[in-house]
Design a protein around this ligand. Structure first.
Ligand code: 9MR
Length: 365
Protein backbone atom coordinates (compact mmCIF):
# COMPACT_ATOMS: atom_id res chain seq x y z
CA UNK A 1 0.00 0.00 0.00
CA UNK A 2 1.56 3.30 -1.04
CA UNK A 3 1.45 5.97 1.58
CA UNK A 4 0.96 9.65 0.97
CA UNK A 5 -0.07 12.45 3.19
CA UNK A 6 -3.52 13.85 2.58
CA UNK A 7 -1.95 17.09 1.44
CA UNK A 8 0.37 15.31 -0.96
CA UNK A 9 -2.49 13.46 -2.56
CA UNK A 10 -4.69 16.53 -2.93
CA UNK A 11 -1.84 18.33 -4.65
CA UNK A 12 -1.30 15.35 -6.94
CA UNK A 13 -4.91 15.22 -8.06
CA UNK A 14 -5.57 15.88 -11.73
CA UNK A 15 -7.36 19.16 -12.39
CA UNK A 16 -10.58 17.38 -13.32
CA UNK A 17 -10.57 15.59 -9.95
CA UNK A 18 -9.97 18.84 -8.06
CA UNK A 19 -12.60 20.94 -9.76
CA UNK A 20 -15.30 22.25 -7.45
CA UNK A 21 -18.01 22.11 -10.07
CA UNK A 22 -21.41 20.48 -10.26
CA UNK A 23 -21.15 16.83 -11.28
CA UNK A 24 -21.74 16.07 -14.97
CA UNK A 25 -25.40 15.13 -15.43
CA UNK A 26 -24.69 11.85 -17.25
CA UNK A 27 -22.86 10.18 -14.36
CA UNK A 28 -24.12 7.59 -11.92
CA UNK A 29 -23.47 10.07 -9.15
CA UNK A 30 -25.69 12.74 -10.73
CA UNK A 31 -28.36 10.29 -11.86
CA UNK A 32 -28.63 8.89 -8.33
CA UNK A 33 -28.68 12.35 -6.78
CA UNK A 34 -31.45 13.54 -9.13
CA UNK A 35 -33.54 10.57 -8.01
CA UNK A 36 -32.88 11.22 -4.30
CA UNK A 37 -30.51 8.25 -4.11
CA UNK A 38 -26.79 7.75 -3.59
CA UNK A 39 -24.24 5.96 -5.75
CA UNK A 40 -20.69 5.13 -4.76
CA UNK A 41 -17.84 2.67 -5.15
CA UNK A 42 -15.01 1.06 -3.23
CA UNK A 43 -11.78 2.92 -3.88
CA UNK A 44 -8.04 2.37 -3.35
CA UNK A 45 -5.75 5.12 -2.08
CA UNK A 46 -2.71 3.73 -3.93
CA UNK A 47 -4.53 3.98 -7.28
CA UNK A 48 -5.92 7.45 -6.55
CA UNK A 49 -2.32 8.56 -6.07
CA UNK A 50 -0.78 6.76 -9.04
CA UNK A 51 -3.47 6.66 -11.75
CA UNK A 52 -5.00 10.01 -12.81
CA UNK A 53 -7.59 8.35 -15.07
CA UNK A 54 -8.75 6.17 -12.19
CA UNK A 55 -8.97 9.21 -9.90
CA UNK A 56 -10.90 11.22 -12.49
CA UNK A 57 -13.36 8.36 -12.98
CA UNK A 58 -14.08 8.14 -9.24
CA UNK A 59 -14.39 11.93 -8.97
CA UNK A 60 -16.95 11.99 -11.76
CA UNK A 61 -19.04 8.89 -11.08
CA UNK A 62 -19.11 8.30 -7.31
CA UNK A 63 -20.66 10.35 -4.54
CA UNK A 64 -19.81 7.81 -1.85
CA UNK A 65 -16.42 6.20 -1.38
CA UNK A 66 -15.74 3.03 0.59
CA UNK A 67 -12.06 2.38 1.32
CA UNK A 68 -11.43 -1.08 -0.13
CA UNK A 69 -8.56 -1.73 2.28
CA UNK A 70 -7.63 1.45 4.16
CA UNK A 71 -10.27 1.23 6.93
CA UNK A 72 -9.51 -2.35 7.93
CA UNK A 73 -7.83 -3.21 11.19
CA UNK A 74 -4.58 -4.35 9.59
CA UNK A 75 -4.33 -1.04 7.74
CA UNK A 76 -5.20 1.14 10.74
CA UNK A 77 -3.55 -0.58 13.71
CA UNK A 78 -0.90 -3.00 12.43
CA UNK A 79 0.82 -2.97 15.82
CA UNK A 80 -0.91 -2.54 19.13
CA UNK A 81 -1.33 1.14 19.93
CA UNK A 82 0.42 2.25 16.70
CA UNK A 83 -2.19 3.67 14.37
CA UNK A 84 -1.65 4.67 10.76
CA UNK A 85 -4.37 6.80 9.19
CA UNK A 86 -2.29 7.98 6.22
CA UNK A 87 -4.02 5.93 3.51
CA UNK A 88 -7.51 6.49 4.92
CA UNK A 89 -6.78 10.21 5.23
CA UNK A 90 -5.74 10.30 1.58
CA UNK A 91 -9.18 8.96 0.63
CA UNK A 92 -10.87 11.46 2.93
CA UNK A 93 -8.88 14.32 1.34
CA UNK A 94 -9.86 13.14 -2.14
CA UNK A 95 -13.50 12.95 -1.05
CA UNK A 96 -13.40 16.46 0.37
CA UNK A 97 -11.87 17.83 -2.82
CA UNK A 98 -14.67 16.23 -4.83
CA UNK A 99 -17.58 16.75 -2.44
CA UNK A 100 -17.96 13.05 -1.76
CA UNK A 101 -18.81 11.15 1.41
CA UNK A 102 -16.76 8.29 2.85
CA UNK A 103 -18.21 5.13 4.41
CA UNK A 104 -16.20 3.29 7.03
CA UNK A 105 -15.33 -0.36 6.34
CA UNK A 106 -14.89 -2.36 8.55
CA UNK A 107 -14.36 -2.15 12.31
CA UNK A 108 -14.73 -5.86 13.10
CA UNK A 109 -14.01 -8.63 10.60
CA UNK A 110 -12.29 -11.98 10.69
CA UNK A 111 -9.96 -11.00 7.86
CA UNK A 112 -7.33 -8.26 7.62
CA UNK A 113 -6.49 -8.49 11.31
CA UNK A 114 -2.83 -8.45 12.37
CA UNK A 115 -1.30 -11.39 14.29
CA UNK A 116 -1.17 -9.41 17.53
CA UNK A 117 -4.97 -9.15 17.54
CA UNK A 118 -5.40 -12.91 17.10
CA UNK A 119 -3.04 -13.43 20.04
CA UNK A 120 -4.82 -10.88 22.22
CA UNK A 121 -8.24 -12.35 21.46
CA UNK A 122 -7.09 -15.80 22.52
CA UNK A 123 -5.86 -14.48 25.92
CA UNK A 124 -9.15 -13.70 27.69
CA UNK A 125 -12.58 -12.16 27.06
CA UNK A 126 -11.53 -9.09 29.07
CA UNK A 127 -8.50 -8.55 26.88
CA UNK A 128 -10.63 -9.05 23.75
CA UNK A 129 -13.07 -6.36 24.90
CA UNK A 130 -10.28 -3.97 25.81
CA UNK A 131 -8.64 -4.38 22.42
CA UNK A 132 -11.97 -3.83 20.64
CA UNK A 133 -12.80 -0.75 22.69
CA UNK A 134 -9.35 0.81 22.22
CA UNK A 135 -9.54 0.32 18.44
CA UNK A 136 -13.07 1.72 18.18
CA UNK A 137 -12.19 4.68 20.40
CA UNK A 138 -9.20 5.80 18.33
CA UNK A 139 -10.68 5.02 14.92
CA UNK A 140 -14.12 6.52 15.51
CA UNK A 141 -12.82 9.63 17.24
CA UNK A 142 -10.15 10.22 14.59
CA UNK A 143 -12.58 9.85 11.68
CA UNK A 144 -15.67 11.34 13.39
CA UNK A 145 -15.74 14.57 11.37
CA UNK A 146 -15.60 12.80 8.00
CA UNK A 147 -17.10 9.31 8.30
CA UNK A 148 -20.65 9.11 9.59
CA UNK A 149 -21.44 5.52 8.62
CA UNK A 150 -19.34 2.48 9.54
CA UNK A 151 -19.66 -1.21 8.87
CA UNK A 152 -19.27 -2.10 12.55
CA UNK A 153 -19.51 -5.86 12.12
CA UNK A 154 -18.70 -7.51 8.80
CA UNK A 155 -19.85 -11.01 7.85
CA UNK A 156 -21.03 -12.44 11.21
CA UNK A 157 -23.30 -15.17 9.77
CA UNK A 158 -22.00 -18.68 9.11
CA UNK A 159 -22.35 -20.20 5.68
CA UNK A 160 -24.56 -23.30 5.86
CA UNK A 161 -22.73 -26.62 5.65
CA UNK A 162 -22.10 -27.46 2.02
CA UNK A 163 -21.97 -23.84 0.92
CA UNK A 164 -18.93 -22.37 -0.86
CA UNK A 165 -17.13 -21.78 2.43
CA UNK A 166 -18.47 -24.51 4.71
CA UNK A 167 -18.13 -24.54 8.45
CA UNK A 168 -18.21 -27.49 10.82
CA UNK A 169 -21.24 -27.73 13.09
CA UNK A 170 -24.50 -25.87 12.71
CA UNK A 171 -23.91 -22.70 14.71
CA UNK A 172 -25.61 -19.88 12.79
CA UNK A 173 -22.82 -17.50 13.79
CA UNK A 174 -19.59 -17.66 11.83
CA UNK A 175 -16.66 -19.16 13.71
CA UNK A 176 -14.30 -16.17 13.89
CA UNK A 177 -11.64 -15.06 16.37
CA UNK A 178 -14.18 -12.58 17.78
CA UNK A 179 -16.81 -15.29 18.17
CA UNK A 180 -14.32 -17.56 19.89
CA UNK A 181 -13.19 -14.79 22.26
CA UNK A 182 -16.57 -13.32 23.22
CA UNK A 183 -19.23 -15.82 22.11
CA UNK A 184 -22.29 -15.00 19.99
CA UNK A 185 -22.83 -11.73 21.87
CA UNK A 186 -19.73 -10.21 20.28
CA UNK A 187 -21.93 -8.50 17.66
CA UNK A 188 -23.98 -6.78 20.35
CA UNK A 189 -20.85 -5.91 22.33
CA UNK A 190 -19.34 -4.31 19.22
CA UNK A 191 -22.46 -2.32 18.30
CA UNK A 192 -22.78 -1.00 21.87
CA UNK A 193 -19.08 -0.12 21.95
CA UNK A 194 -19.41 1.84 18.69
CA UNK A 195 -22.51 3.68 19.94
CA UNK A 196 -20.71 4.54 23.18
CA UNK A 197 -18.07 6.38 21.14
CA UNK A 198 -20.48 8.24 18.87
CA UNK A 199 -24.18 8.78 19.59
CA UNK A 200 -25.15 9.72 16.01
CA UNK A 201 -22.94 7.49 13.89
CA UNK A 202 -24.88 5.20 11.53
CA UNK A 203 -24.11 1.67 12.68
CA UNK A 204 -24.25 -0.89 9.89
CA UNK A 205 -24.02 -4.67 9.93
CA UNK A 206 -22.68 -5.94 6.60
CA UNK A 207 -23.20 -9.45 5.16
CA UNK A 208 -22.70 -11.42 1.95
CA UNK A 209 -24.24 -14.49 0.34
CA UNK A 210 -27.84 -13.53 1.11
CA UNK A 211 -29.08 -12.40 -2.29
CA UNK A 212 -29.63 -15.39 -4.47
CA UNK A 213 -32.32 -18.05 -4.89
CA UNK A 214 -30.36 -20.96 -3.45
CA UNK A 215 -31.04 -23.03 -0.30
CA UNK A 216 -27.78 -21.72 1.19
CA UNK A 217 -28.74 -18.08 0.69
CA UNK A 218 -32.24 -18.78 2.00
CA UNK A 219 -30.75 -20.31 5.14
CA UNK A 220 -28.35 -17.39 5.52
CA UNK A 221 -31.25 -14.92 5.22
CA UNK A 222 -33.09 -16.84 7.96
CA UNK A 223 -30.02 -16.76 10.20
CA UNK A 224 -29.46 -13.09 9.56
CA UNK A 225 -33.09 -12.17 10.30
CA UNK A 226 -32.86 -14.10 13.58
CA UNK A 227 -29.71 -12.20 14.56
CA UNK A 228 -31.23 -8.82 13.64
CA UNK A 229 -34.42 -9.59 15.62
CA UNK A 230 -32.43 -10.68 18.63
CA UNK A 231 -30.31 -7.53 18.55
CA UNK A 232 -33.31 -5.23 18.23
CA UNK A 233 -35.30 -7.14 20.89
CA UNK A 234 -32.44 -6.39 23.26
CA UNK A 235 -32.48 -2.70 22.31
CA UNK A 236 -29.05 -3.04 20.80
CA UNK A 237 -28.14 0.02 18.70
CA UNK A 238 -28.20 -0.77 14.98
CA UNK A 239 -29.25 1.48 12.10
CA UNK A 240 -28.66 -0.30 8.83
CA UNK A 241 -28.11 -3.59 7.06
CA UNK A 242 -25.44 -3.63 4.37
CA UNK A 243 -26.02 -6.21 1.66
CA UNK A 244 -22.71 -6.84 -0.05
CA UNK A 245 -24.18 -8.28 -3.26
CA UNK A 246 -21.20 -10.05 -4.75
CA UNK A 247 -23.58 -11.62 -7.27
CA UNK A 248 -22.75 -14.84 -9.10
CA UNK A 249 -24.14 -15.59 -12.55
CA UNK A 250 -24.01 -19.34 -11.94
CA UNK A 251 -26.53 -18.95 -9.12
CA UNK A 252 -30.19 -18.18 -9.79
CA UNK A 253 -31.76 -14.92 -8.66
CA UNK A 254 -35.46 -14.67 -7.89
CA UNK A 255 -36.83 -11.23 -6.95
CA UNK A 256 -39.74 -12.55 -4.85
CA UNK A 257 -37.92 -14.21 -1.92
CA UNK A 258 -35.29 -11.46 -1.88
CA UNK A 259 -38.00 -8.78 -1.80
CA UNK A 260 -39.75 -10.60 1.06
CA UNK A 261 -36.48 -10.62 3.00
CA UNK A 262 -35.91 -6.91 2.37
CA UNK A 263 -39.43 -6.14 3.55
CA UNK A 264 -38.79 -8.04 6.79
CA UNK A 265 -35.65 -5.98 7.34
CA UNK A 266 -37.43 -2.75 6.48
CA UNK A 267 -40.24 -3.30 8.99
CA UNK A 268 -37.57 -3.67 11.68
CA UNK A 269 -36.79 -0.01 10.99
CA UNK A 270 -33.36 -0.65 9.49
CA UNK A 271 -32.04 1.17 6.43
CA UNK A 272 -30.86 -1.11 3.62
CA UNK A 273 -27.69 -0.41 1.64
CA UNK A 274 -26.16 -2.29 -1.26
CA UNK A 275 -22.53 -2.07 -0.21
CA UNK A 276 -20.28 -4.14 -2.50
CA UNK A 277 -22.09 -4.87 -5.77
CA UNK A 278 -20.23 -6.73 -8.49
CA UNK A 279 -20.90 -9.80 -10.62
CA UNK A 280 -18.89 -13.00 -10.83
CA UNK A 281 -19.32 -14.62 -14.23
CA UNK A 282 -19.68 -18.37 -14.64
CA UNK A 283 -16.56 -20.36 -15.39
CA UNK A 284 -18.21 -21.87 -18.45
CA UNK A 285 -19.31 -18.70 -20.17
CA UNK A 286 -18.26 -18.54 -23.82
CA UNK A 287 -16.01 -15.57 -24.57
CA UNK A 288 -18.62 -13.56 -26.46
CA UNK A 289 -18.26 -10.20 -24.80
CA UNK A 290 -21.57 -8.60 -25.88
CA UNK A 291 -23.49 -11.64 -24.62
CA UNK A 292 -21.57 -11.70 -21.33
CA UNK A 293 -22.08 -7.99 -20.77
CA UNK A 294 -25.77 -8.26 -21.58
CA UNK A 295 -26.24 -11.12 -19.10
CA UNK A 296 -24.41 -9.24 -16.34
CA UNK A 297 -26.43 -6.08 -17.00
CA UNK A 298 -29.71 -7.98 -16.98
CA UNK A 299 -28.85 -9.56 -13.63
CA UNK A 300 -27.81 -6.23 -12.13
CA UNK A 301 -30.97 -4.50 -13.34
CA UNK A 302 -33.25 -7.19 -11.89
CA UNK A 303 -31.33 -7.21 -8.61
CA UNK A 304 -31.24 -3.42 -8.19
CA UNK A 305 -34.87 -2.97 -9.25
CA UNK A 306 -35.77 -5.37 -6.45
CA UNK A 307 -33.58 -3.65 -3.86
CA UNK A 308 -34.58 -0.11 -4.84
CA UNK A 309 -38.22 -1.16 -5.07
CA UNK A 310 -37.94 -2.33 -1.46
CA UNK A 311 -36.68 1.07 -0.31
CA UNK A 312 -32.88 0.80 -0.69
CA UNK A 313 -31.52 4.26 -1.49
CA UNK A 314 -27.80 3.60 -1.58
CA UNK A 315 -25.92 1.54 -4.16
CA UNK A 316 -22.17 1.00 -3.90
CA UNK A 317 -20.15 -1.13 -6.32
CA UNK A 318 -16.95 -2.90 -5.25
CA UNK A 319 -14.71 -0.82 -7.48
CA UNK A 320 -15.67 0.85 -10.77
CA UNK A 321 -13.50 -0.83 -13.40
CA UNK A 322 -12.63 -4.38 -14.37
CA UNK A 323 -8.99 -3.25 -14.51
CA UNK A 324 -8.74 -3.11 -10.73
CA UNK A 325 -11.30 -5.61 -9.45
CA UNK A 326 -10.67 -8.29 -6.84
CA UNK A 327 -12.74 -10.50 -9.20
CA UNK A 328 -9.76 -10.67 -11.53
CA UNK A 329 -7.06 -11.26 -8.93
CA UNK A 330 -8.45 -13.23 -5.98
CA UNK A 331 -7.47 -16.93 -6.09
CA UNK A 332 -10.60 -19.06 -6.27
CA UNK A 333 -12.61 -16.09 -7.52
CA UNK A 334 -10.75 -15.08 -10.69
CA UNK A 335 -11.77 -17.14 -13.72
CA UNK A 336 -9.61 -20.27 -13.92
CA UNK A 337 -9.38 -19.93 -17.70
CA UNK A 338 -7.61 -16.60 -17.24
CA UNK A 339 -10.30 -14.68 -19.15
CA UNK A 340 -10.67 -11.24 -17.62
CA UNK A 341 -13.84 -10.86 -15.62
CA UNK A 342 -16.37 -8.17 -16.54
CA UNK A 343 -18.33 -7.65 -13.33
CA UNK A 344 -18.15 -3.86 -12.87
CA UNK A 345 -19.71 -0.91 -14.74
CA UNK A 346 -16.48 0.13 -16.55
CA UNK A 347 -14.18 -2.12 -18.57
CA UNK A 348 -10.39 -2.31 -18.38
CA UNK A 349 -10.10 0.73 -20.66
CA UNK A 350 -12.46 2.65 -18.32
CA UNK A 351 -15.25 2.58 -20.91
CA UNK A 352 -18.87 2.23 -19.83
CA UNK A 353 -20.47 -1.16 -20.27
CA UNK A 354 -24.11 -2.30 -20.28
CA UNK A 355 -23.79 -2.74 -16.50
CA UNK A 356 -23.37 1.05 -16.26
CA UNK A 357 -26.66 1.51 -18.14
CA UNK A 358 -28.33 -1.08 -15.90
CA UNK A 359 -27.27 0.77 -12.73
CA UNK A 360 -28.28 4.13 -14.22
CA UNK A 361 -31.67 2.80 -15.20
CA UNK A 362 -32.29 1.20 -11.78
CA UNK A 363 -31.16 4.37 -9.96
CA UNK A 364 -33.58 6.48 -12.01
CA UNK A 365 -36.25 4.07 -10.76
O1 9MR B 1 -11.48 -6.33 -2.37
C1 9MR B 1 -10.80 -6.46 -1.15
C2 9MR B 1 -9.41 -6.95 -1.39
O2 9MR B 1 -8.68 -6.00 -2.15
C3 9MR B 1 -8.73 -7.21 -0.05
O3 9MR B 1 -7.49 -7.77 -0.26
C4 9MR B 1 -9.56 -8.17 0.77
C5 9MR B 1 -8.94 -8.38 2.15
O4 9MR B 1 -8.93 -7.21 2.88
O5 9MR B 1 -10.86 -7.65 0.95
C6 9MR B 1 -11.54 -7.42 -0.24
O6 9MR B 1 -12.81 -6.84 0.05
C7 9MR B 1 -13.74 -7.67 0.72
C8 9MR B 1 -14.52 -6.79 1.67
O7 9MR B 1 -13.65 -6.12 2.54
C9 9MR B 1 -15.54 -7.60 2.45
N1 9MR B 1 -16.41 -8.32 1.55
C10 9MR B 1 -15.74 -9.14 0.55
C11 9MR B 1 -14.75 -8.29 -0.24
C12 9MR B 1 -14.10 -9.11 -1.34
O8 9MR B 1 -13.32 -10.13 -0.80
Amino acid sequence: MRRRTALGLAAALPACARAQQAPRPDTLRAIARAAGRGFGAAVRADLLASDPAYAALFAAEAELLTPEWEGKWLALQPEEGKFDFSALNAIIAFAQANRQRVRGHALLWQEAIPPWVATALAESPERARAVMEAHFSTVLNTTRAHIRDWDVVNEPIANPAGADVPQAGDNPMRDTPWFRALGPDYVEIALRAARAQDATLRLTLNEYGIEEATPDAEEKRTRLLALLRRLLDRNCPLDALGIQAHLQMRKPFDPAPFARFLEQVRVMGLAILITELDVREPDTLAADIPARDAAVAERVKLFLDTAIGAGCRTVITWGLTDRNSWLGSEPGVARPDGVATRGLPFDEALQRKPMWQAIASALRG
